[in-house]
Design a protein. Structure first.
Length: 102
């Protein structure tokens, strides 16, 4: 007959593995705005993250809302430069700005 402690270890491992979220949609997602210069190649592109994490579905829903509110997706800054705005939903582990080397 198996001891309770011998059975508990594999059973605990099973529950840990099966209860962990493996679906991409359950991970935390971030809505990023990507400002791309349209009329000035010397201007730099910029990435800005919206605050708070979301589900993938929630993030994509927000992107849809932004696109409906501003279908042209353009921004004019104080210096008169025009930027195209792109919206991206990315896992919170991804930073589209790239690595920050020392």
């Amino acid at each position: 007959m198996m001891r309770a402690t011998q059975m508990a270890s594999p059973l605990a491992a099973f529950f840990l593995l099966t209860s962990a979220p493996t679906d991409e949609a359950q991970k935390a997602w971030v809505l990023w705005r990507h400002f791309v210069p349209v009329d000035n190649p010397e201007a730099t592109e910029t990435w800005k993250a919206e605050q708070g994490s979301k589900t993938k579905q929630g993030c994509e829903s927000e992107v849809k809302e932004y696109r409906e509110l501003d279908p042209d997706k353009r921004l004019l800054d104080s210096a008169g430069r025009v930027y195209r705005i792109e919206y991206h939903c990315l896992p919170d582990t991804v930073d589209p700005r790239g690595s920050k080397g020392k």
